[in-house]
Design a protein around this ligand. Structure first.
Ligand SMILES: [Fe+2]
Length: 558
């Protein structure tokens, strides 16, 4: 809302049984001035039957954003809300509270990776049009930090979707301006206005491949200390997103929180980036070569110190080769139990939340999770891809060629995913098992869609994962398409190499509708034919379902 016109729309989120957050932003005529905003909540869309109202001041200290935690509402009820400054009024939003008991169906629209310059927000428009969405679950990469000319910004130039400010964002005012730009998008505004959202961030709300003490895309010598950049990014996030501010004494980083939806489900929002995540491993630096005896045809690592001391790596005798020491990498680094995703205190909090949820009779435990949890081992690309494609990639992308060499050795496909932190994943699974949880893991990050059956190290099913594709961000299939590889071939290679992956689609943008009932949870994978035109078609690619049973069940196609 502006004192002159509607600019950034309205939003709501974090519904409890009697509370919900409502949000807007005032764009003042006079920069720097404080403004009094009034708000009202009603039971009708014309805002005539008002049941709650109030006013508050906003100003430059919070970028003129307005966030109200409306209390005293009725459980399981639809409400409408709006704001005004003087005679100027905002658009009207629709929201709802969580039911206190029961709950026959919960429809969640799962989204992630909404990159403004990479395409039109058609997925958001499709969600707003449905009319049956109870919650929008955004699991991260709501914004991207890049400047013009950087990742996925090329197409945006042709239609005026150029990042604002026109640089990589690093300061509080930069992050604020980036949110303000995204929120001018009418499709995003419509998705916010249609239902309450539950949000958690991934890396791009701060910077690419963020972890506790830094990020791949943060150079402290030119972009300042990580802690300052992170603090700026998180402040803008809490100003602009419709989530409840942390409880007193809790830091902005502690975005992990839970919601109950009647007797149906508990939704647990996780934080796996800035609270505790250990630095990502990197094959280029963490995978050391070892000397192997290859005389039998099967490489055997030479560990005898006497034999090793007699070998000159620059002049190895026949039958001895220097090869990547995959077993050593897995044993010493990948499986190191000290590698963290949630951190000790969040893991303990999660264990308690799952136990409490199951004990209080909730059927399903839904995790709002950032990066893929299912095991995804790299397929053997050198054996699986056509020679013409391999040659083209080798010429243009030496790093990808090096990874393809490694891909014959059963290594994780993505070390930034839970696969890079297997001991932390087992800790999560162990707490789910101890609680008797039925995990429904809702994930983003990969710009590709996944239907995964999750199994612990002992091979027991712990739950299922719906990995939603991106709203707009391109996937690796877009990169590989430049070298003549069909998306379907890539999907097939990845699916065939991975027993936990039931279905996988790399080439389409869209959203996933996760429908939860007491008996089953179904994921409808919704695909757009394009994000490069405002005229688009949305179709259901496939549906996968898990049914409630005495033990967690995997996914089956329906
Ligand atoms: Fe992303």
């Amino acid at each position: 809302m502006s004192e002159a016109s509607a600019c950034h729309g309205v939003a709501s989120g974090d519904p409890l049984t009697t509370q919900v957050i409502i949000w807007t932003r005032v764009s003042p005529r006079i920069a720097g001035s404080d403004v009094t905003v009034t708000w009202k909540v009603a039971t009708d869309s014309a805002l005539t039957n008002v049941i709650k109202r109030g006013s508050l001041k906003t100003g430059p200290s919070r970028d003129h954003t307005v966030k109200v935690d409306v209390t005293g509402l009725k459980p399981g009820t639809i409400y409408y809300y709006g704001f005004s400054v003087g005679t100027e009024t905002s658009t009207i939003g629709r929201t709802q509270t969580a039911p206190a008991t029961g709950g026959e169906r919960l429809n969640i629209a799962l989204v992630s990776c909404s990159n403004f310059p990479a395409g039109w927000f058609n997925a958001y428009q499709a969600i707003a049009r449905r009319g049956d969405v109870d919650l929008v679950l955004h699991v991260g990469d709501y914004i991207y930090e890049y400047g013009p000319g950087e990742y996925a910004t090329e197409w945006g130039k042709t239609v005026g979707r150029v990042p604002e400010p026109p640089k990589e964002i690093t300061t509080l005012s930069d992050y604020r301006l980036r949110y303000a730009q995204y929120r001018t998008d009418p499709d995003l505004q419509a998705a916010h206005a249609c239902a309450p959202w539950m949000v958690t961030w991934d890396d791009h709300e701060t910077s690419n491949d963020a972890y506790k003490d830094g990020a791949e895309n943060n150079n402290p010598s030119t972009e300042g200390p990580w802690n300052l950049r992170k603090a700026a990014a998180l402040q803008a996030y809490y100003e602009w997103m419709p989530l409840r501010n942390p409880a007193p004494g809790k830091s902005f980083e502690a975005i992990n929180r839970t919601f109950d939806w009647g007797d149906l489900a508990t939704i647990v929002m996780l934080e796996t980036r800035v609270l505790a995540r250990t630095f990502q491993l990197d094959y280029a630096t963490d995978l050391e070569p070892g000397l192997f005896d290859v005389t039998s045809g099967k490489p055997v690592k030479i560990t005898d110190p006497a034999r090793l001391s007699g070998l000159d790596p620059r002049n190895l005798p026949q039958g001895v080769m220097a090869l990547p020491d995959i077993a050593g990498f897995k044993e010493k680094k990948l499986n190191d139990p000290s590698r963290e995703m949630l951190g000790e205190s969040q893991q303990a909090w999660l264990a308690e939340a799952l136990t409490k949820s199951v004990k209080s009779g909730k059927k399903w435990q839904v995790l709002g999770n950032q990066v893929i949890m299912g095991r995804v081992t790299s397929p053997n690309f050198n054996a699986g891809l056509p020679p013409t494609v391999l040659e083209a990639i080798a010429k243009a992308r030496p790093q990808t060629k090096a990874f393809f060499e490694l891909s014959q050795f059963d290594v994780p496909f993505n070390l930034d995913a839970w696969d890079g932190y297997p001991a932390a994943r087992e800790r999560l699974y162990a707490s789910a098992k101890a609680a008797g949880a039925r995990l429904i893991v809702c994930t983003g990050d990969t710009h590709a869609a996944w239907a995964n059956t999750l199994k612990d190290a002992g091979g027991e099913v712990r739950g299922v994962e719906f990995g939603g594709t991106s709203v707009t961000s391109p996937s690796i299939a877009d990169t590989f398409a430049n070298f003549g590889l069909e998306g379907a071939a890539l999907n097939e290679l990845i699916t065939r190499a991975n027993p936990e992956v039931e279905w996988h689609e790399e080439t389409k943008r869209g959203y996933t509708l996760v429908s939860i009932t007491p008996e089953s949870v179904r994921g409808d994978f919704m695909e757009l034919d394009t994000v490069k035109s405002k005229t688009f078609l949305v179709t259901k690619a496939t549906s996968w379902e898990t049914t409630y049973g005495p033990k967690p069940q995997g996914l089956v196609a329906v």
